[in-house]
Design a protein around this ligand. Structure first.
Ligand SMILES: [Zn+2]
Ligand SMILES: [Zn+2]
Length: 341
């Protein structure tokens, strides 16, 4: 079978490997759709993890099952989360699934952009979902990233009437705009510099969009919110610059949501005086757990999130590098997806 293996930024090779063999407690899935995530294109992240088979946002169809597997059958259409928690450790019991050691260690074999994947027992039991008939494979491949947005808003305790700013309007920023409105935000403001992305944010429900290269964003947000600023600022880019910019836009009593990691050695300088007296909460949200994927599946099956609004480019596995470069360039595209026969 073919896999797309990432060796370095811009170095993806299509390689031929054996189809993984499964044990009695595992299943084999023929991948149908696999999204490219912008986190897969972050240079420092790649250098920590490469070489690896790229991709962790996928859906497919069950083609083989181990003899102990009862909950799934051949022909089932499924979403598979690449990490799954043990459900029994203290982190899991308290709902902090991504802190679970099993979650961190678990993975699908060999990775998302592959013609077939093996789903290990823990992933199968604790975060594999059957797709209802009204959900396409492309919709199914959006469950993982949409779950990240679901979790982030849950952590930020979004409330009806909130003013929300989305910094960065790539695919995730667009989903955050859409869900912020869905959760009842009164004003949603999207910020980017790419016209295509600003326009798409309006289509996805943003009340205002601002171009940070040509507009004074802070002043504009003050005007729009009658000097209040934003209850929640979602920082898309994983940079100190973006975090600092976000901090300038948070209202008193508001929240700064860190949606993307920064490099390991990055340091943030903050004034605790301001954080304290303005009661600013800084809330990180990393990935998503099984409760979030179920909620994402529900939102997608109810049509709140539709693949057609977010997938802008489709590629065959042979052209994974093109999908990667398009995602990395962050221009006139949102989600790039690898589609399989
Ligand atoms: Zn992702
Ligand atoms: Zn656990």
């Amino acid at each position: 079978m073919k896999v797309a293996k990432l060796y370095d930024f811009g170095d993806i090779r299509i390689e031929e490997v054996e189809i993984p063999s499964i044990s009695d407690d595992e299943i084999l899935v023929k991948v149908k759709a696999s999204g490219i995530c912008s986190s897969d294109t972050m240079k420092w992240y790649i250098r920590k993890k490469a070489p690896l088979v790229i991709g962790h946002e996928l859906s497919g169809i069950v083609v083989d099952i181990g003899k102990n597997v009862k909950e799934f059958k051949i022909g089932d259409r499924v979403f598979i989360h690449h990490h799954a928690p043990c459900m029994s450790c203290r982190y899991c019991q308290r709902g902090n699934f991504v802190m679970c050691e099993t979650w961190r260690k678990s993975k699908i074999i060999p990775g998302g952009v592959a013609e077939y994947v093996k789903v290990p027992e823990v992933n199968l039991k604790n975060d594999t979902l059957k797709l209802p008939d009204n959900i396409s494979f492309e919709d199914g491949a959006l469950i993982e990233p949409v779950a990240c947005s679901v979790k982030a808003f849950k952590k930020a305790l979004i409330r009806p009437g909130d003013y929300v700013v989305a910094l960065g309007l790539g695919f995730m920023g667009q989903v955050n705009v859409k869900l912020a409105k869905f959760y009842g935000a009164e004003i949603v403001i999207g910020i980017d510099k790419v016209k295509f992305r600003l326009d798409r944010a309006i289509e996805n429900g943003a009340d205002y969009v601002l171009n940070f290269e040509t507009e004074n964003v802070k002043e504009k947000i003050a005007q729009i919110t009658n000097q209040y600023m934003a209850d929640i600022v979602i920082v898309g880019p994983g940079t100190i610059e973006a975090i600092n910019f976000g901090l300038e836009l948070v209202a008193k009593g508001g929240k700064l949501l860190l949606f993307t990691p920064t490099p390991e050695d990055a340091k943030l300088e903050i004034k605790p005086f301001d954080i304290y007296f303005n009661e600013i909460s800084i809330i990180p949200s990393y990935s998503a757990g099984p409760d979030d994927t179920r909620e994402a599946l529900r939102l997608i099956s109810e049509g709140v999130i539709k693949a057609e609004n977010f997938i802008t480019h489709r590629f065959r596995i042979e052209n994974t590098l093109d999908a990667f470069m398009m995602t990395a360039n962050a221009g006139d595209s949102l989600k790039c997806m690898i589609i399989f026969d």
